[in-house]
Design a protein around this ligand. Structure first.
Ligand code: COI
Length: 355
């Protein structure tokens, strides 16, 4: 694929404190852009980050045809940037695209775009433990049309941004018995913008009560745990790690999948199945709930210290050497080339011809 590159005149990097970055607000110098029209993706290019000009009738603004991915790049001790499971992100992006009636992107094109951009922006990869270069590929409709129909044109953009961990302390969750994130048959499995917009009202309520996030329950019975929105959920009960089975309404997390592989490799019993909020509360009462944590690209592995469901409060023990902290050390070690990558997950970006 031929990607043209227009370099920035002067990098902003020297004005950024990479050891002190809020999540999602500081962007690197360049972004990748590609347009879909006449039935194919065209004009692949890397440009300085700039504002976009959008017609007021842009379909995305009205009907929300918009999807995204979240990935991270690290660097090893030789300063080589390393991508993590990029083909899985490409596949999930395409699954989201199909669900939202948007065009898919050839996996090699998706990965090559990211490799070139990350190589160009490699000096932005933070050194600090837990920090990374976050990669945000996203696609949205660009037709100027107010009929409810799939757009015929789209833009695919990849932005990169240095980030610290999303949560810097154990999180408190409020299980909602009033609002839902997704139901079977809906778009919960797609990484589409509307899922996040739909979560904001309940999140605001949870935050006003002192909670960090909402723990979503299933959309039919308000009984079974789904996910947190920014993370998939894991519970450690009686030495077994349990995570809700994906059922079409839960995002198929790539960090979730990574942790399942690692746990199985460590010989820790793992169950992917339905788990009710009552089972979690009962385990806490019996003293068999040994931990709870979330997984996600941005969050990595975040211990959960408290869950409220109606008038019941579950305090979760957060141990120094919790399974979440072991998983976090392992995944970060693999991603930085410090721990052997026996699953073949890492993709180092050595020389890139074009950049
Ligand atoms: C990610 O973990 O990459 C996500 O997409 C969650 C994000 C909404 C912060």
């Amino acid at each position: 694929m031929n990607i043209s590159i227009k370099h920035i005149n002067e990098s902003r990097l020297s004005s950024v404190d990479l050891d002190n970055i809020p999540f999602g607000r500081v962007f690197t110098d360049h972004m990748f852009v590609m347009d879909y029209y006449d039935g194919k993706w065209q004009d692949a290019r890397i440009l300085p980050v700039h504002d976009l000009s959008i017609h007021p009738a842009n379909l995305t603004l009205h009907y929300g045809q918009s999807i995204f991915e979240g990935m991270k790049a690290f660097k090893n001790s030789d300063h080589v940037p390393i991508l993590f499971r990029p083909e899985m992100h490409a596949r999930r992006m395409n699954a989201s695209a199909e669900r939202m009636v948007m065009p898919t992107i050839d996996q090699d094109v998706f990965i090559e775009a990211i490799r070139q951009l990350v190589y160009l922006e490699k000096d932005w990869i933070p050194d600090m433990d837990g920090s990374a270069l976050y990669i945000r590929p996203f696609m949205f409709a660009t037709d100027e049309f107010l009929g409810v129909a799939p757009s015929e044109t789209y833009k695919f953009i990849v932005m990169t941004l240095p980030v610290a961990p999303y949560y810097d302390r154990p999180v408190k969750l409020l299980a909602s018995d009033k609002y839902i994130r997704a139901a079977i048959g809906g778009v919960g499995e797609a990484k589409t913008a509307g899922n996040y917009a739909a979560s904001l009202y309940a999140s605001k309520e949870a935050k006003s009560k002192g909670y960090d996030q909402v723990l979503w329950l299933d959309g039919k019975e308000f009984t079974y745990v789904q996910e947190v929105g920014t993370m998939n959920m894991f519970f450690v009960i009686d030495d077994t790690v349990i995570t809700p089975a994906t059922d079409g309404a839960i995002l198929k997390g790539i960090t979730r999948d990574t942790f399942l592989h690692l746990l199985k490799d460590w010989g820790i019993p793992v169950e992917e199945r339905k788990i009710s909020i009552q089972e979690v509360i009962d385990a806490a009462e019996k003293g068999t709930l040994q931990g709870a944590f979330g997984s996600g690209t941005a969050a990595v592995a975040a211990d959960v210290c408290e869950i409220r469901y109606k008038d019941q409060l579950v305090q979760v023990n957060v141990e120094e050497n919790s399974i979440a902290s072991r998983l976090k050390r392992e995944i970060n070690g693999i991603r930085k080339g410090e721990i052997e990558d026996k699953f073949g997950w890492t993709d180092p970006v050595y020389e890139v011809a074009n950049v």
